[in-house]
Design a protein around this ligand. Structure first.
Ligand code: ADP
Ligand code: MG
Length: 346
C-alpha cells in the first residue's frame, strides 16, 4: 500500500514564523512603553532600532541553526550516499538521525535510497554469480574440444580413434549449445521478452509425444516407461510446456538406473491439469531438494557432465509464468515424483 505523504504547506513552519514576528513586535511595543518618559524621541527611536535589530539577529541565527540541523545535514548525507551509489558502491545504507521524533520526507528519501542500494547490491551479486557459473560451465567442454582437437592434429589416428574423438567433440559442442540455449531461454523468460502464445490443445497428446522422444534412451538404459494419460484439453503455451516435460523426463531418465521405472500420468482435477513425472531412481535428499530449482545447481556430481543445472530453473520459471504449481516428493534410494498443476484445463 502506498504511504500517505505530507505535501503542500508546512503549517507548523508558518505558525512558528507568525509567532516569531508577533513576539518581536510585541516585545518592541512592551519595551517602547517601558522606556523612561524623559527620553527624547530621537533617543527612543535609536533604542527601538537597536532592540529590533538584536531580536531579528537572534531569530535569524536560530533559523540558520534549525536549517543546518533539519535540512542541510540530511541533504548532505543523502548527497554523499548518491555520490557513492553513482560511483558503484552499493553497500551504502543511511540512518536518519533526528533531533525530534517526527518522521519527515528526508526519512522517506533515505529509506528509499537504502532499498535501491540493497536491490542494486543484490542484482550485482546475482550477475557476478551468473557470470562465474556460466564461465565454469564453459570451461569443461572447451577443454575437451581443445584436447581432442590437439590429439587429432597429432599423427594419424586410425579410423576407430578418429570416430571416438569426433564423438567427443560433438558431445562437447552439444553441451555448449545446450548451455547457450538454456541461458538465452532463461534470459528471455526472466525479462518477459516473449509474449506467451496461448492456444487450446490436447495435453495428453503432447505428453505422449514427449515420452516418445525418450523412447530410445529409455530402451538403451533398460528402463520401463509407464504412461497413464487422461484425455485433457488445456489452454496454455505449448512451447513453454514442452520445455517442462522434456526437462522433467530427462531428469527422471538420467537419475534412474537400469531396471527402474519412469512413469508419466495426467489427470484433470477441478479445472486443473495434474501431471506427475515419477521415477524409481536415486531420489533427492532434503538438503539437495532445497536448491534444485536454483540456476546451475546440480545435486549429483556424478551426472554433472550430462546437464548444466539450468533445467529445473527453467521449469520453475515457466510454471510461475503460467500461474501453475510444481511440487516434489522424494525419498533417497527410492525415487522422486514431480507434480505439476496447471490451470486452464477445458
Ligand atoms: N528425477 C530426479 N531424481 C533425482 N534427482 C533429481 C531429479 N531431478 C532433479 N534432480 C536433482 O536436481 C538437480 C537439478 O536438476 P536440473 O536443474 O534439471 O539440472 P541437471 O539435470 O542439469 O543436473 C540435479 O542435478 C539433481 O541433483
Ligand atoms: Mg536436468
Amino acid at each position: 500500500m502506498k504511504r500517505q505523504r505530507r505535501t503542500g504547506v508546512s503549517w507548523t513552519g508558518a505558525l512558528l514564523f507568525f509567532l516569531t514576528v508577533a513576539a518581536i513586535v510585541s516585545a518592541a511595543v512592551l519595551i517602547y512603553s517601558a522606556l523612561p518618559a524623559e527620553m527624547t524621541d530621537g533617543a527612543k527611536a535609536g533604542a527601538m532600532l537597536g532592540v529590533i535589530a538584536a531580536f531579528a539577529f537572534l531569530c535569524t541565527a536560530a533559523d540558520l541553526l534549525r536549517r543546518k540541523l533539519t535540512v542541510e545535514r540530511p541533504v548532505r548525507k543523502i548527497l554523499a550516499a548518491t555520490d557513492a551509489i553513482a560511483a558503484g558502491d552499493f553497500t551504502v545504507r543511511l540512518e536518519s538521525g533526528h533531533l525530534y521524533l517526527r518522521r519527515d520526507e528526508f526519512d522517506e528519501i533515505m529509506e528509499n535510497l537504502n532499498k535501491m542500494s540493497a536491490e542494486l547490491e543484490h542484482t550485482e551479486m546475482l550477475h557476478a554469480d551468473f557470470i562465474s557459473n556460466v564461465s565454469h560451465e564453459l570451461k569443461t567442454p572447451v577443454a575437451v574440444i581443445k584436447s581432442y582437437a590437439e590429439a587429432l592434429g597429432k599423427g594419424e589416428p586410425d579410423a576407430g580413434t578418429r570416430q571416438k574423438y569426433a564423438g567427443a567433440l560433438i558431445s562437447a559442442a552439444d553441451r555448449l549449445t545446450a548451455l547457450v540455449q538454456g541461458v538465452l531461454r532463461l534470459n528471455k523468460l526472466e525479462n518477459q521478452k516473449l509474449t506467451p502464445a496461448y492456444t487450446v490443445f490436447r495435453l495428453d497428446e503432447m505428453l505422449a509425444e514427449a515420452a516418445l522422444s525418450f523412447e530410445e534412451v529409455i530402451e538403451r538404459k533398460r528402463l520401463d516407461l509407464e504412461c497413464d494419460l487422461e484425455e485433457v484439453e488445456i489452454r496454455s503455451v505449448p512451447d513453454y510446456l514442452e520445455l517442462v516435460w522434456n526437462n522433467l523426463l530427462s531428469n527422471a531418465v538420467k537419475f534412474t538406473d537400469a531396471g527402474g521405472t519412469v512413469s508419466l500420468s495426467l489427470k484433470a482435477e477441478n479445472g486443473n491439469a495434474v501431471v506427475r513425472v515419477a521415477d524409481t531412481g536415486r531420489g533427492i535428499s532434503a538438503e539437495v531438494g532445497k536448491h534444485i530449482f536454483e540456476k546451475f545447481y546440480q545435486g549429483d556430481a556424478s551426472h554433472a557432465g550430462e546437464g548444466n543445472g539450468l533445467g529445473l530453473a527453467l521449469v520453475k520459471k515457466v510454471i510461475d509464468l503460467l500461474g501453475g504449481e510444481i511440487a516434489v516428493e522424494s525419498e533417497v534410494g527410492k525415487g522422486s515424483v514431480f507434480q505439476v498443476t496447471l490451470r486452464g484445463a477445458v
